[in-house]
Design a protein around this ligand. Sequence first.
Ligand SMILES: Cc1cc2nc3c(=O)[nH]c(=O)nc-3n(C[C@H](O)[C@H](O)[C@H](O)COP(=O)(O)OP(=O)(O)OC[C@H]3O[C@@H](n4cnc5c(N)ncnc54)[C@H](O)[C@@H]3O)c2cc1C
Length: 448
Amino acid sequence: MSKTVTKNKAIIIGGSIAGKLAARVLSDFAEEVIIVEKDPKCEQRLPRTSVPQGFHGHALLKSGEEALEELFPGIVDELIADGAVPSDFASELSWYHHGSWKVQFKSGVSIIQQSRPFLEEHIQRRLELIPNIFFQYETKVKGVVVKENRAIGVTLTTKNGNISDLFADIVVDASGAGSATPRWLKELGLGVPPKTEVKVDLFYSSRKYCSLSPKNGGSLLIYPNPPIQNLGGAISKIENNEWMVTLLGYGVKHPPFNDEQFINYTKQLDDQGIFETIKDADPVTPVSFYRFPSLSRYHYENMKHFPDGLIVIGDAFSRINPVFAQGMSIAALEALALKKELSKREGNPGNPKHLSKKIHRRFSRITDIPWLIALSEDFRFKTTSGKKPFGLPFLQWYVKKVVKACSRNTEVYGQFIHVLHLKAHPITLFSPKMMLKIFASVKKSNYI
Ligand SMILES: Cc1cc2nc3c(=O)[nH]c(=O)nc-3n(C[C@H](O)[C@H](O)[C@H](O)COP(=O)(O)OP(=O)(O)OC[C@H]3O[C@@H](n4cnc5c(N)ncnc54)[C@H](O)[C@@H]3O)c2cc1C
């Protein structure tokens, strides 16, 4: 076993979205940032082996887009120049939600639509221009090295089976949902992190098409209508004049795996728009399938003996139902939180005192709202099980009214969009002014 010792170094475990964004932040504070990634370098704009969700639709929320722009100024223009599709969230998206269509109007919330590999490629390009960021591909982190309750490095295995320790002042675990930090902590005798898990039994089935012509010309989202309808789907235009078609369902016994099942499935949705759009169209990729069993979040901030200098970020920290398109944006907001905390330390990441606890508290606060948004919807499905959020029946009752009001009132829908894009706190939907508008719209639509 060989050993390398360097000073003022940060190691990132995993070079996906969360890892790349954390590396960008740490490059301002550490002399050297090393991203250790088990996959080979991705030379083509294709989903990677260890990131199979890359085959599926990946919407970037406005909050995530803004955080990305803060980290890489000019990147949004670059993405658009290269083919990402700008789209107004309310006027260019036809959204069928809980049995009614959202009112369409120019909301001013313009998002950019692209595939996940396209987005990751652009972030990667930017990272490669930063001189103190280094990549170590085809290398797997097998453990974290801890001394006197402080993370001082990681143990690596290369594809040739060579094992070595790499030392650093900060170790960031951005290894996604399969993160081994809980196991490593247990093996080190530091305890087991508290975890909250909610089972949803969701599936995704996606494929790309070229030159689709949906009736509205823009994106289409048919959200399930629980508890009656568990199935949903979406179409959105991405780069290269291609369209991503994603089908999804909760607790579905026979999800669509092949061409025939894919088309048949679209006929079962509450609206035939997706079926009509793709029935005679040519797909450019086969059907890809993904099962998402549960939402989960760790409460590292509550651990008594968590090693300082070890930071868990992105899906490794919390994993939220992808239907709400929050994962990448949460990772981006966490990267900004990391920046804020490190800035407070006058750029001295070599002093990780209480760093982990403070960072994880920030991450936990970031997670709270998306977690609540997702669960208030997920628990409408009979197949969902786990710890319910406080006040759930009231929340579900009220949100249903908000959703109904969004089919008539542009102001309510505008605010709802801001909440969904993690730009405004959900409490803003409970202001007296909003409540009046919501109940007035609901009354007009005869919805009880
Ligand atoms: C079906 C689906 C659809 C989704 N849709 C959306 C969406 O519309 N919008 C959105 O914002 N989010 C979406 N998400 C979530 C989004 O994909 C993630 O939140 C986002 O990728 C952030 O993940 P991450 O970087 O934390 O982890 P991942 O993307 O899972 O990456 C983890 C990385 O760590 C590497 N790695 C793992 N273990 C090791 C190790 N031991 N050593 C070295 N490297 C390691 C892996 O190779 C990988 O590169 C979706 C997720 C799914 C499953």
